[in-house]
Design a protein around this ligand. Structure first.
Ligand code: ZN
Length: 345
């Protein structure tokens, strides 16, 4: 089947590759419609690895997808041919101890689209377990359906944060995930969310949403802004989404006593942080690894209109222009939030 294949670092090709074609009893076959390009896809393309995940063999890219069911396995009851769906790219071992605890994102046997050695979904058809395939409401477009995956990271962060109605939050880092986290935090009950970055164009995109307050740290003092918006008390929650070690020394300065820091961005190196600064506030620290059990709620928020991710879709490319799309994504234009690839059937 034709697919966008990362042959090795810096080398992409759109070519035929052998992929599973047999729909098992618990699987569905999906005609892929839209695939979003994620920072991780781009990182494998430009660096050939993310931490211990190294591209050692040709790998199909893409993990943020929506499509239409074209075949259902004999035991599948929840979905039918013609259903418009989006998919969780991670597939857990349903019998593992982590999965039974509800922590299937932490299952050691988890396979994940476009994480070596597992192929992704930038190909016309994929086979996927029905258990990780979710029906979209009629009025949620395929383009929005492909945004559920990155939004799920925001949903996981908001869930782990244990938001209380009226909380004030700070998101450090205004990339796509930072914005998703801010939107999930607002949907989860935050009254307002400050979001900090060094990029004015990125902040401008985030600021179009009511409730998001941009802070450009090249021009504004973050501590002063936090104090201004919380009457000097500090924010209830900080969501660290930049992955930058430079953020850590002052991370706990921004929270109120008893506040929480939720770590979403993954620094590539170990980072130092102010333990005493955390202790004197009895700060709670939460961490986020992908997501579990949030897709249904993410889809409901999008379906109800409470969360609108359409403004974050910057450009759409045809499947045949997939390589061009990745070259553009690798440029890292600050005005590009989400680039998507559309497959026509
Ligand atoms: Zn992603």
């Amino acid at each position: 089947m034709k697919a966008l294949v990362l042959e090795k670092q810096h080398v992409l090709s759109l070519r035929d590759i052998d992929l599973p074609s047999q729909t098992g009893p618990d699987d569905v076959k999906i005609a892929i419609h839209t695939v979003g390009i994620c920072g991780s896809d781009v990182h494998y393309y430009t660096h050939g690895a993310i931490g211990k995940f190294i591209v050692k063999a040709p790998m199909v890219l893409g993990h943020e997808a929506s499509g239409t069911i074209v075949e259902v396995g004999a035991k599948v009851k929840s979905l039918k041919v013609g259903d418009r769906v989006c998919m969780e790219p991670g597939v857990a071992n349903m019998n593992s101890r982590a999965t039974k605890l509800g922590l299937y994102n932490l299952d050691g046997d988890l396979t994940f689209w476009a994480t070596p050695p597992d192929h992704g979904c930038l190909t016309p058809h994929v086979i996927h377990p029905a258990a990780f395939t979710y029906k979209l409401p009629d009025h949620v477009s395929f383009a929005e359906g492909a945004m559920v995956e990155p939004f799920a990271v925001g949903m996981q962060a908001a869930t782990r944060a244990r938001i209380q109605p009226g909380d004030v939050a700070l998101v450090t880092g205004c990339g796509p995930i930072g914005i998703m986290v801010a939107l999930a935090a607002l949907a989860g009950g935050c009254a307002k969310v400050l979001i900090s970055d060094i990029s004015a164009p990125k902040l401008k995109i985030a600021a179009q949403y009511a409730g998001i307050i941009p802070v450009n740290i090249t021009q504004q003092n973050l501590k002063e802004e936090v104090e201004k918006h919380t009457s000097g008390w500090g924010v209830d929650l900080v969501f660290e989404c930049s992955g930058s070690p430079r953020v850590y020394p002052t991370l706990f300065d921004h929270i109120r006593p008893g506040g929480a820091v939720v770590i979403v961005g993954l620094p590539v190196e170990p980072v130092a942080f102010d333990v005493a600064g955390a202790v004197v506030k009895e700060a709670r620290i939460e961490t986020v690894f992908r997501y579990a059990n949030v897709y249904d709620r993410a889809i409901d928020l999008m379906g109800s209109g409470k969360v609108d991710l359409k403004p974050l879709i910057t450009a759409t490319f045809d499947f045949n222009d997939s390589i061009k799309a990745f070259e553009r994504a690798a440029e890292g234009r600050p005005t590009d939030v989400k680039l998507q690839i559309r497959l026509d059937h």
